[in-house]
Design a protein around this ligand. Structure first.
Ligand code: ADP
Ligand code: ASP
Ligand code: MG
Length: 813
């Protein structure tokens, strides 16, 4: 004999009921089939009762909906075939209407009536399923479980009288030799034969009660997912079905919210060591999950992660608790008296406070009853009134083998900490089958996903990017990400997703990651107008793990946003130089926020595009070296310009060409005035540990007065033509001495300066080609020969690669 329970989705439509029939038809021996109400019907019955109680006539509409859901199933199951289901439905609907009318008129709804009302869901489904089986030629008998399962009179969550119930079921089976017995799940009756229910999700429990009574070979729970998953598959996309799991582990997971099995189900099966098999009605070929006794073979350490939403945390605190025996007894006694189920308890060894968690709905009565019990101590100011905190959740890590492994809780809490999930309370029983933590409800999704990644996903790390600026550099970055995504996944176990994009006009968010093949079109078609504050709010609300804000703009307003991101532990990667070259206190504040909130703030591309200049500099400083002197050519743009400026190409033409190729800033004056190089040397000086402002840097400009005075970019470009002689003279003077012109930045003895220099042959700067950059660091360790970093220092492609590298660095830091 086997017992097979089919849940709400499994019997929710005619199509699914046919699948149920096929599954049962394929069984060899006898079966007891337990069915839930059609999916969603129990909720609708409860809602209709509430509406009627509130005097809202919408309850009638709800009855009609309930009726039509069943008519739809009946019509497609039986078509024009003769059937009793239709009349049975009419009778039950009439009964429901009468009862709810009574509730509506009397403005009264007792638990007893509610149990009677919700039982209609299972009464209907079991009738329809039985008749459908019979119509398909199966030998099936319907038996109302209310005449077999006996309970107390706690109507909504009744306690089973096992002795009586098992006796009834055994007798019934002995007297009825039928291949298939169909019974409604969830419902039972008390000693006076009033209908009671076994609690929400209770049909699983019905199945276990029958399985125990008949010594079933197996209890099959047929549902809408392919087993018990490593985490709720609706929240964690990467979750996988667990092959086998022990009764204890299944019990822990279900107690902590794995709704796939109702917690009381396990005990009756465990008492008789009956295996429970969770299967998917919609995919019967999938293996599912087998719940059995723990085997030595099973060495999995963490089996699953689950959570309970809507938790309140209550804290009782005060000096009057220290060393006083009986406090816990009074506290939990008061809760028990009020039928409050305590989900979580912690007490520090100082005994100064006890912290416990209950369902949100129980918070008020819990506070009231505990405050009452400690009324005297509260009046004496020895204990404070209970403090209640809401909007919380419990997450739990479950596994029988956790006790024999170190480092599990360390890994759990560091993974949560790295993702800015604040832990309010922690509990771990001495059996170590479960480590649980109370966190904010809003963090549940992020917490479950990061824990899942840490414990189950072969260390696949997800990076979620929020990108501002899709111009020259930004679009190259998106190209590179798109090309590299597969490689990152396969070789580095990194899942890089672009979740949001913004240009100056529009912004686009796609939580599952934007398809980079067509980001352009999608951004253009996006609904939302660009707004930096709303952009931040959305990032914050999404609350995804390993989030990185990427600034590819040259816009000061964007840099004003960094602080907010860092304070949420969101990493910031920027090629925008404005933040790091702004006023020193601002730079310093961003650096310390980054440290305080454990959020990387990376800006390697601020100096020398993709060249690893800042990273090396930071490594030297962090390892105790001191920077004595810096000599550098830091403007790829100016280097390009002076390398191409000769007798055949006028200064104006070269500047124009550099602009068109994207080697200069959109406003070339930022490069030619030396301001860009000033910012770069300033950043290097600051990263060397020296406090300096931009205004302290000496800048001997090579531009003539007319160029410096020009107001618009166009005017400025014109002065390059009118003052051509000035530039030619600079060139000729240098070449006359066998020198080349280079725009050099220097830092020495606490002072920094930038300016055009004549560089003689043999100097390391002399042969600097194209748009290359070079930096010479003289330090305590590099005294005679400097550390030299040299290479392509400008251009969108190399800058984008530098940003890419910084993004990867955010998760390796
Ligand atoms: P049924 O109506 O068949 O009893 P339920 O809705 O009660 O189905 O339970 C199945 C649902 O449980 C799944 O659809 C899934 O959303 C949810 N669930 C939560 N946690 C888990 C988990 N760890 N594994 C599988 N399902 C889970
Ligand atoms: N129909 C009941 C409920 O929705 C029982 C069950 O489905 O297990 O809670
Ligand atoms: Mg269920």
């Amino acid at each position: 004999m086997i017992v097979a329970k089919f849940g709400g989705t499994s019997v929710g439509t005619a199509q699914n009921i046919q699948k149920v029939i096929q599954i049962i038809a394929g069984k060899q021996g006898n079966s007891i089939v337990v069915v839930s109400a059609l999916g969603g019907i129990t909720n609708m019955l409860i809602k209709a009762s509430e509406l009627a109680l509130q005097g809202d006539e919408a309850y009638i509409k709800m009855i009609n909906e309930i009726e039509s859901r069943h008519i739809e199933a009946i019509s497609s199951l039986f078509g024009s075939k003769k059937n009793g289901s239709k009349d049975f439905l009419s009778g039950q609907i009439r009964h429901l209407s009468d009862t709810l009318k009574g509730v509506y008129m009397l403005n009264d709804l007792s638990d007893k009536s509610l149990a009677r009302i919700v039982s209609i869901g299972e009464i209907l489904s079991s009738f329809i399923v039985t008749e459908a089986m019979q119509t398909n030629g199966l030998q099936a008998l319907l038996q109302d479980s209310r005449s077999l399962i006996k309970t107390d009179s706690n109507y909504s969550n009744a306690a089973v009288d096992y002795a009586q119930t098992y006796k009834n079921i055994k007798e019934f089976i002995k007297n009825n030799h039928i291949k298939i017995v169909v019974v409604p799940g969830f419902i039972a009756s008390d000693t006076k034969n009033n209908t009671t229910t076994l609690g929400r999700g209770g049909s699983d429990f019905t199945g276990a009660i029958f399985a125990n009574a008949v010594n079933a070979k197996v209890l099959e729970i047929w549902t809408d997912v392919s087993g018990m998953f490593t985490a709720n598959p609706q929240i964690v996309k990467q979750a996988k079905p667990i092959e086998t799991i022990s009764y204890q582990e299944a019990m822990e997971l279900s107690h902590f919210g794995a709704k796939v099995i109702y917690p009381p189900t396990i005990q009756p099966a465990l008492d008789k060591k009956i295996p429970i098999l969770i299967k998917n009605t919609m995919a019967p070929e999938d293996a599912g999950t087998l719940i059995t006794e723990k085997t030595e073979k099973d060495s999995t350490i963490v089996k699953g992660i689950s959570h309970i939403d809507q938790i309140s945390l209550l804290t009782l605190e005060g000096n009057g608790m220290v060393g006083v025996p009986g406090i816990s007894k009074r506290l939990f006694g008061a809760l028990a008296q009020n039928n409050v189920n305590v989900k979580f308890i912690t007490q520090a060894s100082s005994e100064h406070s006890i912290c416990f968690a209950v369902d949100l709905g129980d918070a008020e009565i819990s506070k009231k009853s505990v405050d009452q019990v400690f009324e005297y101590e509260i009046l004496q100011h020895k204990i404070n009134p209970v403090v209640v905190e809401n909007e919380l959740a419990i997450i739990a890590l479950v596994g029988d083998n956790m006790k024999s492994h170190q480092g599990i809780s360390g890994k759990m809490f560091s993974s949560l900490g790295n993702n800015n999930v604040n832990i309010r309370a922690i509990a771990q029983g001495s059996t170590e089958k479960n480590i649980s933590a109370v966190i904010a409800k809003k963090d549940v999704k992020k917490a479950l996903n990061s824990l899942h990644a840490a414990f189950f996903e072969n260390q696949v790390r997800q990076i979620n990017l929020f990108i501002a600026g899709v111009g020259n550099v930004g679009s190259k970055l998106l190209d590179q990400i798109s090309r590299q995504q597969k490689f990152l996944r396969e070789k580095l176990n990194i899942e890089m997703r672009v979740v949001a994009l913004s240009n100056s006009k529009k912004m686009l968010f796609e939580e599952e990651g934007i398809d980079l093949k067509n980001w352009n079109g999608k951004l253009e078609a996006a609904q939302d107008a660009a707004d930096l504050d709303i952009f931040f709010e959305k990032v914050d609300q999404l609350n995804l793990r390993n989030s990185v804000f990427v600034d590819n703009t040259a816009n000061e307003k964007v840099t004003d946003q960094y602080e907010k991101y860092l304070k949420k532990s969101i990493a910031v990667v920027a090629c925008n130089k404005i933040a790091c070259s702004s006023a020193y206190p601002n730079y310093l504040s961003l650096k310390s926020l980054s440290r305080e909130y454990n959020a990387p703030f990376l800006f390697e591309t601020n100096v020398g595009a993709g060249l690893p200049i800042i990273d090396n500099l930071q490594n030297m400083v962090n390892s105790g070296d001191e920077i004595q002197e810096i000599q550098a050519v830091l403007s790829g743009s100016l280097n390009f310009i002076f390398n191409h400026f000769d007798e055949n190409n006028s200064f104006y033409e070269v500047v124009k060409k550099a602009g068109e190729a994207g080697y200069t800033e959109p406003d070339p004056r930022i490069d030619l005035s030396g301001v860009d190089v000033m910012r770069k040397i300033l950043i290097l000086v600051r990263e060397s540990g020296v406090k300096m402002e931009l205004g302290e840097i000496e800048n001997a400009s090579f531009l003539p007065v007319s160029s410096l005075k020009a107001i618009t970019v166009d005017d400025f470009m014109k002065t390059l033509i009118s003052d051509a002689d000035h530039f030619n003279e600079l060139r000729e003077r240098a070449s006359g001495k066998g020198c080349k012109l280079k725009f050099v930045a220097e830092f020495n003895r606490g002072k920094a300066k930038v300016g055009l220099k004549e560089i003689p042959a043999g100097h390391p700067f002399y042969n600097l080609d194209g748009k290359d950059n070079i930096v010479l660091f003289y330090t305590n360790r590099y005294t005679d020969q400097p550390l030299i970093i040299k290479g392509a220092g400008a251009g969108a492609e190399v800058t984008a690669s530098g940003i890419f590298a910084d993004i990867i660095r955010t998760i390796n830091k």
